[in-house]
Design a protein around this ligand. Structure first.
Ligand code: G6Q
Length: 547
């Protein structure tokens, strides 16, 4: 693997000077009526359109960014990803989530072994099992059909399927509902179980390691709840495991028949294409899940075969790098104007921030440049009535992705039009702003007195020049969702590659877990000690009194 400090190349220096010399002169409102730019800064991949014309870039900047990708040997990085090279260097693992959505049944080698036959064997079993649940041939212990599946998992074993279930609910037959319990806060499980009947509920314990504290604690509590109504043998019909740790699964009491494996070359936050997607198959039907895989595979082909200048994930990554590393912006908002994507920002928060929130490069040295940005967001139009004030007039710079579909799956045409008018309007308003002259005209029209007008004027001016990308699609089908998610996955990969960091480990989540373990044993002993610092000890004293 070629290791490159991106800051040492010519492209980086060139971009630094473009950021000084050219960027301050870009006035986006000058492109207000520039149809050529609107069309040429746009790429489509099947029914998914990506428009990046509203960014603080021009051809020179884009060329320099493409040069940076070239200097970082991004093309060979992409091949290394698809070819199963061990690009997760600290865990010595390949990163092959793309193999999970390959329709070919053979042809991806890892250490001389083809991984695709195993991938398809698990997919075939997922299909058979979910079909048996949906057609009622796999019943609960009392013979009643299953009506609810509860996915117990956290992080990568929760966020992906939860996000996709919320996005695609309307595509399912509606016979089985999926629920997602992740938090170790008992109220999460409690509220979920309060609505359910043990005779008709199936639990999916989703944990790659099958040792995660939150998941195992919730799974044990769910089993106890279930056993209040059923014989122990019922566990074999009502508990399913998704894991790479088959020994721990057996110890928990889950049968081999209801255990679905995956592999250590699938990172948690890239795992919804594996058996971790089982809750989707069981609730929406296997065909819906398969369509999602096909959409992601379509993006994989686009990403692997398109020239960088035509390549949507590469362009997303490079534009992000421009703001992050050369203009000094640290915040990126995901703004779906599609309520079905209401968990998409949270999903991407993990995918991006856990992958690229690193300060050490691939050789172990502290990096001298910025890595992953802060990712956040909420669906429009709710966000407009909450935080858009800061996007329009705040002092922080945030780049935004606006996402919407032409059609939706509800009968309310008026709402859909209003939603889309806002989706079209917001990025336009951010870009063009409203200058003093226009504000004065508006206030005159409103009949505001001259004194008041002078007072209000600065507050009502919008400087504009605030950039954004747009993703627009015909409809959020399972295929389009698969395409979209894979676009972001590959964007994250490209950025991590260029920043010369390891995107596929997550050592940063270990320390907190270790500290909690020490504090938990002191709590059990009622003896705050070395594991707790002074503030924690103070809080523990209150906890003992208040609990
Ligand atoms: C994702 C992370 C992390 C992981 C959870 C759950 O990339 O590794 O979010 O998915 O910690 O882990 P288990 O699936 O092992 O329970």
């Amino acid at each position: 693997m070629k290791v490159v400090d991106p800051t040492q190349g010519k492209a980086w220096k060139n971009l630094e000077s473009l950021a000084q010399q050219v960027a301050p002169k870009i006035e986006l409102s000058a492109f207000r009526d520039d149809a050529k730019r609107a069309r040429s800064y746009q790429k489509t991949s099947k029914d998914l359109l990506f428009n990046y014309a509203r960014n603080l870039v021009d051809d020179r900047i884009l060329d320099a960014l493409l040069e940076l990708a070239e200097e970082s040997s991004l093309r060979s990085g992409i091949e290394a990803l698809f070819n199963g090279e061990k690009i997760n260097g600290t865990e010595n693992r390949a990163v092959l989530h793309t193999a999970l959505r390959r329709s070919d049944r053979s042809g991806v080698l890892l250490d001389g072994m083809d991984v695709l036959p195993d991938v398809h064997e698990v997919l075939d079993r997922m299909k058979a099992f979910s079909t048996a649940l949906l057609d009622g041939s796999h019943t609960g212990f009392s013979g009643k059909p299953i009506t609810d599946v509860v996915n117990i998992g956290i992080g990568g074993s929760d966020l992906g399927p939860l996000m996709a279930y919320e996005a695609l609910k309307e595509f399912g037959p509606g016979r089985i509902k999926a629920h997602y319990v992740s938090n170790v806060d008992g109220i999460h499980l409690h509220r979920c179980l309060a609505e359910l009947d043990p005779e008709t509920t199936l639990f999916i314990v989703a944990s790659k390691t099958f040792t995660t504290q939150e998941t195992m604690s919730n799974a044990r509590a769910a089993r106890e709840w279930f056993l209040q109504a059923a014989e122990a043998s019922g566990v074999q019909r009502h508990f399913v495991a998704i894991s790479t740790n088959l020994e721990a699964v057996a110890e928990f009491g889950i049968s081999e028949e209801l255990t679905f494996g995956f592999w250590n070359w699938v990172g948690g936050r890239y795992s919804m294409w594996s058996a971790i997607g089982l809750s989707l198959c069981c609730s929406l039907g296997y065909d819906v899940f398969e369509q999602m895989l096909r959409g992601a595979e379509h993006t994989d082909e686009h990403f692997r075969s398109s020239e960088p200048s035509e390549n949507i994930p590469v362009l997303m990554a490079l534009i992000g790098i421009w703001y992050n590393n050369f203009l000094g912006w640290s915040s990126h908002a995901i703004l779906p104007y599609d309520q079905r994507l209401h968990r998409f920002p949270a999903y991407l928060q993990q995918a991006d921030m856990e992958s690229n929130g690193k300060y050490v490069d691939r050789t172990g040295k502290k990096i001298g440049h910025q890595s992953g940005p802060i990712i956040w967001g909420e669906p429009g139009t709710n966000g407009q009535h909450a935080f858009y004030q800061l996007l329009h007039q705040g002092t922080k710079n945030t780049s935004c992705d606006f996402i919407a579909g032409a059609r939706s799956r509800h009968p309310y045409d008026e709402q859909q039009e209003i939603l889309l008018a806002n989706f079209f309007a917001q990025p336009q308003a951010l870009m063009n702003g409203l200058d003093e002259k226009e504000v004065r005209v508006n206030m005159q029209r409103e009949g505001i007195e001259t004194d008041k007008m002078e007072q209000l004027l600065p507050h009502r001016i919008f400087e504009g020049n605030r950039p954004s990308n747009v993703f627009f699609y015909k409809e959020l089908t399972p295929f389009v969702l698969g395409q979209l998610v894979a676009m972001y996955e590959h964007k994250i990969f490209c950025q991590g590659w260029i920043w010369n960091i390891f995107s596929f480990d997550q050592w940063g989540v270990e320390l907190g877990k270790k500290v909690a373990k020490g504090i938990l044993s002191e709590m059990k002993e009622h003896a705050p000690g070395a594991a707790s610092d002074a503030v924690t000890q103070e809080l523990l004293r209150h906890w003992e009194r208040w609990k």
